[in-house]
Design a protein around this ligand. Sequence first.
Ligand SMILES: [Zn+2]
Length: 140
Amino acid sequence: MPNPLILSTTAERSALMSRVRQRGTLPELRVRQCLSKLGAHYRLNARDLPGRPDIVNRKLKKAIFVHGCFWHGHVSCGRGRIPRHNRPYWAVKLKENGQRDARKVAGLAALGYDIMIIWECELLNGATLTRRLKSFWFRS
Ligand SMILES: [Zn+2]
């Protein structure tokens, strides 16, 4: 996959973004593997729930979003920075993404869901990921 930071046209970026959104991404697969090892039962992309969370258990009311640090603007991580090139465009785009994410979380919370956001950069440490997933998934 090309580096989004060096794509030259808006069309190229849109094409990339739509691919990114549609596919079960690698970070998502990592989280799913981890959950399976913990014996957690889940479904993917619940289309009828607000924000279509990546991973869901309706009975337990658990929802997980796996966020790419760049597209979702991870503030406390270097990958979430707004690119220097074409800065105004990215500032608006990433702000909108953040607002959309906030609406998704609010919509699910209103239905009583327990929600976890996992950032792509947090997948690097497998032990920490497992511990966090375990305490999230099995807490009542
Ligand atoms: Zn990050």
